[in-house]
Design a binder for this molecule. Structure first.
Ligand code: GYE
Length: 352
């Protein structure tokens, strides 16, 4: 069965369910949505007696499920893009493969979705497929990671984090922490667990930290290697670093899940980490499980990256539906957490 066919059946089922239980709010008809959307056949299905209005059909191509951050991101979109909120979500998990995302986007175009949400695994290689979406008149909203394209009119807008700033902040934090510990004249040996190579989060965090590193002659970056944003790979790479380099002072881990793996590796090598331990641990994401480990003294600092992008993307779509302009680039607000804070209190209200 073709996906187009699935879409028609799905829309039909939504209409029937809506009319049976009457629980979906009524929306105005003919509001100009579905420009690239429902075919005549689909419209006639939606026009059946008891029709609850137009659903905005959204195709979302997600990176995968490599981390706690990613799972929180998926949940945020699933929670937001519901029938109750007037959406029909086509969700695809690309399992870390760009080729899957290229297929997802092309399938969304074939299905004539109203909007495409894309979290691009890597930055390059998008020009052709985004041009296809543009030619089909389907707005593409990029979330979290960025694309590098020659023509930025190929996407409508982007919403996510300033990864380079996160890396810079991490470098500055280390600078002042070492000063505070009176270690600013010492040689400092650093290793980095990088995320998925060529992803925006990896590129930005590496580059931001590098800018501070370059100003410190005594900081020695022993090695950077990818742990692919996963706990298992993070452990494997950290095991290797620990056997290769005898005195590691700092690990910069480009996400929390790799940090979890790194902590396992450090502890099973007989060393300790966190404030007062042998190795300073700098992490990114600030998911609850990491703040809990920080509370237990194993992580020094964690730079927040907010995965709750669903509501912001829905606002963007609602503006576009009303024919309004949207900001091309929107950064989400972020902070960092360190072991001196009242983490118990912070954890009580943490959303992810
Ligand atoms: O830091 C990591 C995830 O792109 C910001 O991807 C995201 C990163 C996040 O798997 O945990």
């Amino acid at each position: 069965m073709g996906k187009r066919c699935i879409r028609i059946i799905a829309l039909f089922l939504i209409v029937c369910m809506g009319s049976l239980c009457g629980c979906v709010s009524k929306q105005e008809q003919n509001t100009g949505k579905n420009q690239g959307g429902a075919s005549e056949k689909e419209k006639s299905l939606l026009d059946m007696p008891g029709d609850n209005g137009d659903y905005i059909v959204v195709g979302f191509s997600q990176v995968g499920s490599e981390s706690d951050w990613r799972n929180a991101s998926t949940e945020s979109f699933r929670k937001m893009f519901t029938a109750e909120n007037g959406y029909y979500l086509l969700y695809e998990d690309a399992q870390q493969k760009q080729e899957n995302q290229l297929k997802d986007v092309r399938n969304f175009i074939l299905q004539e979705v109203d909007y495409i949400i894309l979290d691009p695994i890597v930055e390059t290689g998008w020009d052709t497929v985004l041009k296809e979406a543009k030619d089909a008149g389907i707005p593409v909203i990029l979330v979290d990671r960025m694309v590098e394209v020659k023509d930025d009119s190929l996407y409508t807008c982007w919403v996510g984090s300033n990864f380079e700033k996160e890396g810079l902040d991490a470098g500055e934090w280390l600078e002042s922490y070492l000063k505070q510990q009176e270690r600013d004249r010492e040689k400092i040996r650093i290793v980095t667990l990088q995320g998925t190579m060529e992803s925006s989060a990896q590129l930005g965090r590496t580059e931001g930290f590098r800018k501070i590193l370059d100003t410190h002659k005594k900081w020695d970056m022993l090695e950077r290697r990818s742990g692919e944003f996963t706990q298992a790979k993070g452990k494997e790479v950290m095991d290797d670093f620990l056997s290769k380099y005898k005195d590691i002072d700092v690990v910069v881990s480009e996400n929390d899940n790799m940090t979890f793996g790194a902590i396992e590796a450090i502890e099973s090598s007989g060393k300790s980490c966190g404030p007062g331990g042998n190795i300073i641990v700098i992490s990114f994401d600030a998911v609850s499980a990491a703040l809990e480990l920080m509370r237990r003294g194993k992580i020094n600092v964690d730079f927040e990256c907010n995965p709750i992008l669903g509501p912001m993307v829905s606002d963007i779509i609602q503006r576009l539906e009303r024919g309004k302009e949207v900001e091309k680039i929107q950064y989400v607000e972020e902070q960092h957490f360190d072991a001196s804070m009242n983490l118990k209190e912070i954890l009580k209200n943490r959303l992810y």
